[in-house]
Design a protein. Sequence first.
Length: 87
Amino acid sequence: FVYWQGKLIGFVNKDHGPTSDSDRMIFRLSPEGNRDDYYVHFNRKDGFNSGTKEHGDRVLIVTKDDDSDVYGESRLVKNLSANQGYD
């Protein structure tokens, strides 16, 4: 079980910066005993990303196969609305 509380800031709004130490643009989860890493970010539909066709203004969870320090293909696991959880 993983719990995080804070504010996700969309990449498009990175110039506004975090307002507290817990605010993040993206964070990585590396569950023990699991070879895949999970990344969580907010897909803000604004500015250069205003024309996004899928999952705008949603929290996205993606996974990437092992070896997190090497570029690799990721895949969408879940898209979440505000205050929605994922098991």
